[in-house]
Ligand binder design. Sequence first.
Ligand code: FES
Length: 571
Amino acid sequence: MKKLRSQEWFGRQDRDGFLYRSWMKNQGWPHDLFQGRPVIGICNTWSELTPCNAHFREIAEWVKRGVWEAGGFPLEFPVMSLGEVLLRPTAMLFRNLASMDVEESIRGYPLDGVVLLMGCDKTTPSLLMGAASCDLPTIGLSGGPMLSGKFHGRELGSGTGVWQMCEQVSSGKMKLEEFFEAESCMHRSKGHCMTMGTASTMASMVEALGMSLPGNAAIPAVDARRHTLAHMTGRRIVKMVEEDLRMSQIITRDAFENAIRTNAAIGGSTNAVIHLIALAGRIGVHLALQDWDRLGSEMPCLVDLQPSGTHLMEDFFYAGGVPAVLRELGEAGALHRGALTVNGHSVWENVAEAPCWNREVIHSFADPFKPNAGIAVLQGNLAPDGAVIKLSAASPHLLQHRGRAVVFESIEDFHGRINDESLDIDESCVMVLKNCGPRGYPGMAEVGNMALPPKLLRKGVTDMVRISDARMSGTAYGTVVLHACPEAAAGGPLALVKTNDTIALDVPNRSLCLDVDDATLASRRAQWKPPALPDRGWIRLYVEHVLQANLGADLDFLVGGSGAPVARDTH
Ligand code: FES
């Protein structure tokens, strides 16, 4: 085994070695722990403000069992925890900040290998991105989804159920008291959202990328096998250090292509597009927005889970989880079978015999849940650098649609007018929301799935074309065009749209066009003014340096990595 990085701290026989060991000994560690054991950092996003990760101190204890057993020295450390629900204005504003915390913590401390504890939406990409920029031996472990929500005898999915019930309240089909009663029925155990929202999508991406042990994505948080997986993860990371198996050997171009196809097959979140492009940028793999269309848009959706379908993550686990999906992809020739995973085996070695126990939940490739259901990338004069739409969650009859724009200049403008019965809008209109992109919100909030006007919901309208530079929750659904680039606040054409303009959406031909002549657009552009910069602090740094969504919305100076060289001494 090559010399351990941690020995640059703990193996020193001088004044600085005294300093590095002596203060650690106040925790009671025996001296021999500092004599050549691989030091394993357990990067923990535990926080009571991140309810999806509130059980992570417990999971860390099971990881430690495995690390001890394999001869390592586990040391748990906290990083910024991004709670999707509570953190305003949006957790995405802080994804890159958290990734910097992770990167500098890993590089600055005496670590030889890292276990990433991830759960709530942004905690997964931020940890992967920060760790990728260091490129030590690293293994991912997700906290697991919650048990299925149950309400009035039926399943109630995280997020998706909220959007559905809100529509029912708006249309008068549900009483407000019933709506509030559902609060404690939706989220009734530890774990993250149990729909195929962004958390479950990203946990599946971790598994498809080969960054976790098989089975990581779907084991419920409360299932004893989640603890077993944590224990096995602890054992494995010590071996990875001994083998010097680094992140850059796992998340290769082939691994990203596997992840893109898996995302289509599971009906995964559009947020994965941004996160995986940003992650690829950190590890030196070129991944373009168009890769998502080329590799994924014509893939079938195999998994019948909310929001694209009806079931929940607990059902997905019992049906076979991600390994069963990967086996389907592999047998259909849609998987790079040789991609290496963290257990030292190829992805195909891991899943070739994976069983499927329920074809209602995980369909076969030959008889998919939905055909051609991945993420499509649109281009045109309304989004020259691209926009995305999740086909599995859209209404087929709206995929080719021409309509009159009804424009909202901001999310406040939308909230202020959408309930107005006199709003001039019908179901053929195209709802447009501006200034919700990375710079505009700032942070690119999940507001793209604008609620429909109550007067149309009462008429029985269930979907309309919606376009914005925002993201949407992975739990949301509808014919929603997202991530329009460049965003309005960066002077993209979206900034120039006015109410009553005509917009043409043509998903089969991948186009998104504003039917306004060039001269008119030029005169509107002459009058457009960029928004003022925030005064100070992180938001100022973010707005000045954030890349557009098609490039992963990372900060320009964070793209790439710096490895994990040992810096000069502290004294
Ligand atoms: Fe944390 Fe959904 S709010 S995963």
